[in-house]
Design a protein around this ligand. Structure first.
Ligand SMILES: O=C(O)CCC(=O)C(=O)O
Ligand SMILES: [Fe+2]
Length: 416
């Protein structure tokens, strides 16, 4: 792929009044990049090129230190997030992660002395760029003015990473395995070595480094909000041959307490393609896997975990079901009683039912005392969401009883 293949969006028109033509062109290129690849690159982006090269230089100096020096800022093993220095077990990648400077998670090396200031300055610049790109994307999607800005207002969830990719030891080595980002958007600055690739129609397309350009890829949040109108880009990094590669990646994320679900303007034709999820739960699932990676890359948790597919329905042949929360809390130690009522012959039948329910804002998930051997058999859910799903079906019952929603909807099965 040549440089011209992923669209280049010139952002200078957004730093001054007027120049409507320039803004229009930028929107066009951004839309094209989003819909064709989930990727585009920005130039004249407002992040000083001098700052970007200082960040690269100071990182290079840091990564060149002996291992024991770098391990001084290894992440706290019990911390929520691995801020600090990490390296991959296959020795193909080292990284430094930082959260927002407004949080308490960060650890910085004391050498090189400028490292912390440079990274914090870069964080602030990337944050501004993320907001600018998000605003343009908002308009390209035809969303109400400032919709994304108001929806995604918590910048404390953003992350900055510096990656050092080590030379391949054999053909086919990957410094970063194929994945999609859980972010809203990701900003990427790479050196001249190259190796970043995006997937389109099953084919891997390399992104040739363009001096000063910042690559932007769409993340899962935008994919879900737009109900797959814009897809989060699948990407990877091929290990460099005989040299090292450095990159800076800024995850313009979403606050953990925010619910993510397809926006109604994108669900008219096909209905929602994802169920609602809380961003922090998705991130926690992925972080857990980062610490204990599955042996096969296909087993990595991706946004497909929340996709609504045919397999999520029709698992049950029940007429009625109750006490399912006990089934979930006990991780199937106690099963919800399956029951039905046979119509009486030639007479009426009367009964009273009292449902001893759970308050709607309560989370239901297997209790840890029941998950030891097998792991949880259900993902967590908010009681009111489940009740709402069932009520919706009560109003519009599916034609086949097997299609009724049951607690199997939240079951963690091999299919997922
Ligand atoms: O280093 C790169 O170019 C890609 C990094 C990446 O994919 C990520 O941080 O999610
Ligand atoms: Fe990524």
């Amino acid at each position: 792929m040549t440089n011209s293949t992923i669209p280049t969006v010139v952002l200078s028109p957004f730093f001054c009044e007027g120049n409507e033509e320039g803004k229009k062109k930028a929107r066009k290129m951004l839309s094209q990049g989003c819909s064709e690849y989930g990727v585009f690159q920005v130039v004249n982006h407002g992040v000083p090129l001098g700052l970007l090269s200082r960040a690269m230089d100071t990182s290079k100096t840091f990564f060149a230190y002996p291992a024991e020096e770098k391990h001084k800022i290894s992440p706290d093993p019990v911390a929520l997030f691995p801020a600090g220095y990490n390296y991959s077990r296959d020795k193909l990648k080292e990284d430094f992660f930082m959260c927002s400077p407004t949080t308490t998670y960060n650890v910085f090396p004391s050498d090189p002395p400028e490292f912390r200031n440079v990274m914090e300055e870069l964080f602030a610049n990337f944050s501004n760029l993320g907001q600018l790109v998000e605003g343009i994307l908002n308009d390209c999607l035809g969303l109400p003015p400032n919709f994304l800005k108001n929806y995604n207002h918590d910048r404390d969830a953003d992350l900055l990473a510096v990656f050092k990719y080590l030379p391949a030891t054999k053909v086919g080595d990957l410094g970063n395995a194929p994945h999609r980002d859980a972010s809203s958007i990701t900003l990427l600055f790479q050196d001249e070595v190259g190796g970043l690739e995006f997937q389109k129609n099953g084919e891997w397309l390399p992104v040739t480094p363009t001096e000063g350009a910042i690559v932007v890829n769409v993340g899962d949040v935008i994919q879900v909000l737009t109900n797959n109108k814009i897809m989060s880009a699948t990407h990877r990094v091929v290990s460099p041959k005989g040299r090292t590669r450095l990159s800076l990646a800024y995850n313009y994320n979403l606050g953990g307490n925010t619910w993510v679900e397809p926006l109604s303007q994108f669900t008219q034709e096909s209905g929602p393609k994802y169920r609602r999820y809380l961003q922090k739960e998705y991130v926690a699932l992925r972080l857990k896997q980062k610490a204990h990676p599955p042996s096969r890359n296909e087993d990595r948790i991706s946004i497909d975990y929340y996709a609504i597919s045919a397999q999520d329905f029709g698992c049950s042949s029940l007429a009625l079901e109750n006490d399912e929360r006990v089934q979930v809390l006990t991780n199937k130690k106690i099963m919800s009683g399956i029951h039905r009522v046979v119509s009486p012959k030639g007479r009426n039948r009367l009964s009273f039912v009292y449902s001893y329910n759970l308050e709607g804002n309560t989370w239901v998930e297997p209790l840890s005392q029941f998950t030891q051997g097998t792991g949880p058999k259900y993902r967590g859910y908010l009681q009111k969401d489940y009740v709402a799903l069932r009520l919706k079906q009560k109003a519009h019952p599916p034609s086949r009883n097997e299609d009724r929603i049951t607690v199997d909807y939240y079951a963690i099965s091999a299919l997922e």
